[in-house]
Write a protein that binds this ligand. Sequence first.
Ligand code: SAH
Ligand code: SF4
Length: 411
Amino acid sequence: MCAGMNAPFPSPSAAAPMQIPGGIDPVPVPRNAPVREDGRIDLLGLTRDQLRETLLAAGLEPKQAKLRAKQLWHWIYNRGTTDFTAMTDIAKAMHPWLVERFVVGRPEVVEAQVSNDGTRKWLLRSADGQDYEMVFIPDADRGTLCVSSQVGCTLNCRFCHTGTMKLVRNLTAGEIVGQVMLARDALGEWPSTPEGRMLTNIVMMGMGEPLYNFDNVRDALKLVMDGDGLALSKRRITLSTSGVVPMMARAGAEIGVNLAVSLHAVTKDVRDEIVPLNKKYGIEDLLQACADYPGANNARRITFEYVMLKDKNDSDEDARELVRLIRKYQLPAKVNLIPFNPWPGVAYECSTPERIARFSDIVFKGGISAPVRTPRGRDIMAACGQLKSASEKVSRAELDRRAAEKEAALG
Ligand code: SAH
Ligand code: SF4
């Protein structure tokens, strides 16, 4: 598991937040125009078409715009270049024209931490002063970047620190792909070659619910997968959702990456409590959407995430019900058992190691792989789904109030 909590990061900036208008399903947030205070346009995060159109709008002839868009694309995503004057195949005379109008941005790094197990965590800040985090987890055979899709999360799963954040806004495609670019910068992985990379995998398991920010997540992941750029295979990217059922088919069709589903419970009562979205999209509908997910097969299984909460969802009966449900829907599945990572004010405890081992054993004997995830980066509080600066100290009563507010919005 990736990410973290309670790190000694400073409070989020006091800058006016962008509140999400309307209800929460789906969250209607206008796409941010990537215009900066200095009036220049940030090219990071634009699709190929948007890049060409931006050059056209700035006054280039269509043929020129097409050529320059292609060149810029290569420099930005294949070479990691942020300096227009270093783009040697673009005529020198054009450099000042580009510099005047555009930038190739990166998120601002507020703080970077390295764990004694090699896990790295960054606190990032957007141009409007919103903080979000990303985590890099190196392993022997891979390196996984845990990427955020929103600042905060509207869904308020009871065991998740991100859900307690008051301010929520979608990250732009540029802010999402910017995390990957920044990680590549930090790891020294330019130009982008397929061999010998440290950053090999991406999981959308940081802050936020990616399927509530569908367009930006899709556009950002398309940039990440583009062959003449970051060129990460869709097989190495996993999108994790808490179960936004109506968006799952589109995720399969338009993004096509691996799917992880935060199941966490097998009965309506318990899932309603810990993943309130379950009141809207129940377990059976969720599993049917998994069965319909395109591209899922035995070679590309759906991952079910299951956070182990003491005396809540960890009984033998729960494990057997999990096996029954996965079989009923004939899902090519594996189960990731996640030891719960507690945070101040939370009402749950982690299951004992013996209980987790027993649960894993029952699922495994049911014919389904059920590894227990090893917590990483505990010393820097890097645990996925809890990516949150903890300097915001909130009382239990305030947490309950926020939860009630969000649940009311769920209807
Ligand atoms: N919103 C998406 C993706 C981000 S959460 C989702 O819910 O799937 C990524 C994972 O971290 C989820 O499976 C989430 O349930 C898990 N997680 C959140 N808080 C946690 C905690 N305190 N301990 C362990 N896992 C947690
Ligand atoms: Fe949001 Fe995922 Fe946390 Fe639930 S677990 S509150 S969906 S980030």
